[in-house]
Design a protein around this ligand. Structure first.
Ligand code: PBG
Length: 329
């Protein structure tokens, strides 16, 4: 009788043995929980396409923050839905903007909870694009003006830092945004505030439910002139490299599930912490299947998030953060 030469099953023989040789761990420290704040009073309304995720008005925020922090989560990503939108996204950088107000409130309540501010204009512009639109009469096309948009994004980042944000996360995909925002923050005395750059952000259909949540769908055209083509992998390295040179402190890949190869590529090429954004439709798909009884939600979510870590993510932004924090207890 000839025996197998290698027996990989030996290390799978018991729970304790599997624990001993496990290569990847998922912990509550890895997670960032996105929350949506809105103007108005006494609002806690569920986002239809994202069951379990809510809009909160400022007066209803306190209980939510208490719960998040009680679960041991250490960081939130803040999105604002403003009352007023205009062509240049004024409420994104207003001192009393919704994100700035929420930041001050949360900081007062829980000074140690890290607030990551999403720095973009699309929720605040009436046209829904991430920067300022200019019409080119030569080509008869309208597009986002890069350098003009940078000035407004810098103002946004500085006002978020002034309100107390701990980390600035620019998601607008303008060229040179890390450099511009770094300079702006430094000039304003915020040289110690890190930039979590949405370095590699694809023009993705997986943002659909978020755009319902943030009321930020573009009113014309799409985001393909500034967000990346899902077909490209080497370009992701160029985007990340530019951000590293410009002073980014963390590099994000977004979305996550269909882009695990990109997460791995960035991990292998750069030494900065890698962030995976498990985006809205990745959440909604799991929720819908779970509500139909087709999948085991807990097992699926934990396997998915472990997969992001195995692919190379150090940090995961996910709408499942509160559930995961409960499950890992
Ligand atoms: C803002 C922004 C978007 C998301 C995060 N920041 C939307 C977009 O670019 O259209 C999407 C997050 C998600 O889908 O969960 N630019």
């Amino acid at each position: 009788m000839s025996f197998p030469i290698v027996r990989n099953r030996r290390l799978r023989g018991s729970h304790a043995l599997r624990n001993l040789v496990r290569e990847t761990q998922l912990t509550v420290n890895d997670l960032i929980y996105p929350i949506f704040v809105t103007v108005g009073t006494n609002i806690k309304s569920e986002i239809a396409s994202m069951p379990g995720v809510y809009h909160f008005s400022l007066d209803r925020l306190e209980e939510e923050i208490e719960e998040i922090s009680g679960l041991g989560l250490q960081a939130i990503l803040l999105f604002g839905v403003p009352e007023h939108k205009d062509a240049v996204g004024t409420s994104a950088y207003a001192e009393d903007g919704i994100v700035q107000q929420a930041t001050r409130l949360i900081k007062k309540q829980k000074p140690d909870l890290l607030i990551v501010a999403d720095t973009c204009l699309c929720q605040f512009t009436d046209h829904g694009h991430c920067g300022v639109i200019e019409h080119n009469s030569l080509t008869n096309r309208s597009d986002v003006k890069n350098d003009l948009s940078l000035e407004l994004l810098v103002q946004t980042a500085v006002s978020q830092a002034q309100a107390g944000a701990d980390i600035i996360a620019p998601s607008n995909m303008m060229d040179g945004f890390v450099h511009a925002i770094r300079n702006g923050l430094d000039d304003a005395g915020f040289e110690d505030i890190p930039i979590m750059s949405y370095s590699v952000k694809y023009a993705s259909a997986f943002y659909g439910p978020f755009r319902d949540a943030a009321h930020s769908a573009p009113q014309f055209g799409d985001r393909k002139t500034y967000q990346m083509d899902p077909a490209n992998a080497r370009e992701a390295l160029r985007e990340a490299e530019a951000d590293v040179i410009e002073g980014a402190d963390m590099l994000m890949v977004k979305p996550a599930l269909a882009y695990m190869d990109i997460i791995r590529n960035l991990k292998d090429h750069f030494d900065l912490p890698i962030v995976a954004y498990n985006v809205s439709a990745e959440y909604s798909m799991v929720k819908a299947a779970a509500q139909n009884g087709w999948i085991d939600e807990k097992a699926i979510v934990l396997e998915m998030l472990l997969g992001f870590k195995r692919a190379g993510a150090d940090i995961i932004i996910t709408y499942f953060s509160k559930d995961v924090a409960r499950w890992l207890r």
